[in-house]
Design a protein around this ligand. Structure first.
Ligand code: GLP
Length: 261
């Protein structure tokens, strides 16, 4: 795992967007794994800006999102399909028929999980999986105790996640209590994982995920087992990290980061 701390949220976001754009430039037909949440809104805004400036072409990209609420239709403003159209897909030249999310209206949950896994496999696997982290350490909606071998499936949300996300629903009680999510195993299969953590409310869980023991209690800690995981944080989210000097040293001196400093 490589850890990069940027002085501001905007710089952490910019680096994240640059890494995604650089992959698309290097491999125009790549498979991007995408994430939702407030943290990602600024990343998508940066990608839209790069697209508008003619710097990146998404026409051959295929995307797979991490998760979707069970019971929400694609046109529901709280669905992750709506979020993705609103923040990214409507503003870039991606072919919408190549954008994939679990179907929130699927009735056979097991079949939907299998369908999604097969679609990822048929596309050749995810090249880069963008990730955020929930305050309980979840990636996707892999709540505490999710198996590291888990695949796309339905998952009951914790009361903490429900409270955290229900503020976006009107009324809050209408928020679904479960979601389809890629499993931890699905995420670990991506060729690269890119986790973005910003803000002081994430400082404690960031330290657990990055420097704490690998534990299914904090599913983001599974990224310590990934061959190619990069975590980007802003100063506030990095506040509790103990190996900070080393992380800064690597970013300042390792030649592979030369273009990003
Ligand atoms: C949701 C998503 C996660 C995301 C998390 C954090 O629970 N399923 O993929 O990482 O929110 O969101 P935020 O960026 O709003 O803190």
């Amino acid at each position: 795992m490589e850890v990069i701390v940027r002085p501001t949220t905007a710089e952490a976001v910019k680096l994240t967007a640059q890494l995604i754009a650089d992959l698309v430039k290097a491999k125009p037909n790549c498979n991007l794994g995408l994430a939702t949440g407030a943290t990602m809104e600024a990343v998508y805004a940066d990608l839209v800006k790069m697209y508008q400036a003619g710097e990146v072409d998404f026409s051959k990209v295929t995307s797979f999102n991490l998760d979707e609420y069970i019971g929400l239709a694609p046109d529901d403003p709280n669905s992750y399909r709506y979020y993705m159209n609103y923040h990214l897909f409507n503003h870039i030249n991606i072919d919408k028929s190549k954008t994939n999310l679990p179907d929130g209206l699927a009735k056979d949950y097991d079949a939907e999980g299998e369908r999604y896994e097969k679609a990822i496999k048929a596309a050749g696997g995810v090249d880069l999986q963008l990730l955020g982290i929930g305050r309980d350490g979840h990636i996707g909606f892999n709540e505490p105790l999710s198996s590291f071998a888990s695949r796309t499936r339905d998952k009951a949300l914790t009361p903490e996640t429900w409270k955290q996300n229900s503020i976006y629903f009107n009324p809050p009680e209408s928020m679904p209590m479960s979601a389809f999510t890629m499993g931890v195993g699905t995420i670990l299969d991506a060729k690269q994982a890119l986790l973005l953590i910003t803000g002081k409310s994430k400082a404690a869980i960031a330290a657990k995920a990055i420097e704490g023991p690998v534990s299914s209690m904090v599913t983001a800690s599974a990224l310590q087992l990934h061959q190619h995981a990069v975590v980007i944080l802003d100063e506030e989210a990095a506040a509790n990290l103990t190996m900070r000097e080393y992380y800064d040293w690597v970013f300042a001196h390792d030649r592979k980061w030369a273009n990003y400093r």
